[in-house]
Design a protein around this ligand. Structure first.
Ligand code: ATP
Ligand code: MG
Length: 264
């Protein structure tokens, strides 16, 4: 197994040679849905400022992994730390740690009856006690950053899918998260809107945001990812820098998967 850290420091096990500060750390995370062993002893570290792409067949556990990281799902065994602190099961500490993890889903999940601007200000005002005027100013700034400031007073349904997804990114950023999780953020979009969302994500990556991104967009992985993690059947099967993974995957499972997504 080769990951980005090993690639930068050939010869040493990744965990010993990793140079960054771990921001998200999963150790031996196991999860079942009934009889289905959906996460199998997952060890994964995402360093501060690192962009990790997760790729793998449908049902391999990618969404469950994301949801487990901010405790939208419980897990059976193991530990998850965000910035050195273990995720508690419940309570105020969990709410606080969860606010440090921004999440963007495949479906945009905006509040349908609130304007774009309200969607972005609501979290900081309600959950963090930020003053309305301060939250609005920051929301306008974020909407500008994702290129939809001119849509601020519209309702989500009046926006294209690509615009809604960019609002969802702005809404997550408004909470000042330490890490952003993206679960197939472009897979519900029409092809012509995919790039406008990916461009925003590439911009975030360049600005140093720590990101864990479930996507099959190889262009994004090549442009922005430090590392690709390949999952199958609840396991991390292989990790490598994007170029190595896409051109010379070592496992039969990854080769098989890539041959399928490359030929469709
Ligand atoms: N709430 C649930 N209850 C029971 N089984 C579930 C639940 N959520 C997911 N699963 C099962 O867990 C497995 C992993 O699902 P998950 O959604 O994490 O996969 P995925 O890799 O994200 O797939 P996809 O690429 O289709 O989004 C699948 O077999 C799925 O059917
Ligand atoms: Mg999924």
């Amino acid at each position: 197994m080769v990951d980005a850290a090993t690639a930068r420091h050939p010869g040493g096990p990744a965990e010993q040679t990793r140079t960054g500060t771990p921001l998200v750390e999963l150790r031996g995370v196991d999860k079942h849905f009934g009889d289905l062993h959906v996460l199998r002893s997952i060890d994964l570290t995402v360093d501060r400022g690192e962009v990790v792409v997760i790729i793998g067949p449908s049902g391999s556990g990618k969404s469950t992994l994301c949801r487990t990281i901010n405790r939208l799902e419980t897990f059976d065994h193991g530990t998850i730390r965000i910035d050195g602190r273990e995720l508690p099961d419940e309570g105020r500490e969990l709410a606080r740690l969860r606010a440090e993890v921004g999440m963007v889903f495949q479906s945009f999940n905006l509040f349908a009856h609130k304007t774009v601007l309200e969607n972005v200000t609501l979290g900081p005002v309600k959950a963090k006690g930020v003053k309305k005027a301060v939250a609005r100013a920051r929301a306008v700034e974020l909407l500008e950053r994702v290129g939809v400031a001119n849509q601020a007073d519209k309702l989500p349904a009046q926006l294209s899918g690509g615009q809604q997804q960019r609002v969802a990114i702005a809404r997550a950023l408004a909470m000042d998260p330490k890490v952003m999780l993206f679960d197939e953020p472009t897979s519900a979009l029409d092809p012509e809107m995919i790039n406008e969302v990916l461009d925003v994500m590439v911009g975030l990556a360049r600005d140093g945001m720590t990101m864990l991104v479930v996507t099959h967009e190889m262009g994004f992985a090549r442009r922005a990812a430090n590392r690709v993690v390949f999952m199958d059947a609840g396991e991390i099967v292989e990790e490598a820098d994007p170029e190595t993974f896409f051109t010379a995957p070592t496992s039969a499972r990854a080769r098989d998967f890539l041959s399928k997504i490359l030929t469709h």
